[in-house]
Design a protein around this ligand. Sequence first.
Ligand code: MN
Length: 187
Amino acid sequence: MNDVPSDEGGARFVVHHHLASSEHYDLRLEIDGVLVSWAVPKGPSTDPREKRLAVRTDDHPIDYLEFEGTIPDDEYGGGSVIVWDIGTWQNHTTADDREGVVFADEAVRSGHLSFWVEGDKLAGGYTLQRFHEEDDDWLLTKRDDDHADSRRRPTSTEPESVLSGRTVDEVTAAAEGSELREAEDGR
Ligand code: MN
């Protein structure tokens, strides 16, 4: 496994913080024109000893990359969303039985993806490993490289959006405030 970023980058990734019926983070990687997505209940860690559950969810359109706001409660994913981290990613997946990098779409299908991210909060190598095919349950793990840091807790210490500086709670409060105002205006 090679920890040096290759120069074939340019694909984007985002981690949304999503306060829905349950709070989670959505890791989305741009692959072949869509955002291939995993819901990570505890969010990504920078500690290689921490394995984080990542449940594969529906692909999202690229337009969703920088989405922040509040999805109505009666819609899929109802709740507030911020861009917790954003940047570029590179596929580093290799296979024992051949040379070069395994294509990202194939890596996802086969249940093992090794990748490198360059975001504001997250950097370096991560792996996604599927452990339960039927439920599409995976584990997201930081690779042990120069960007690993077992003392950092970025989901706790850096909760703000990298785009707007708002927390997901502030987005929720703003949405509730405007709902209240609309209700009062309608009286
Ligand atoms: Mn979500």
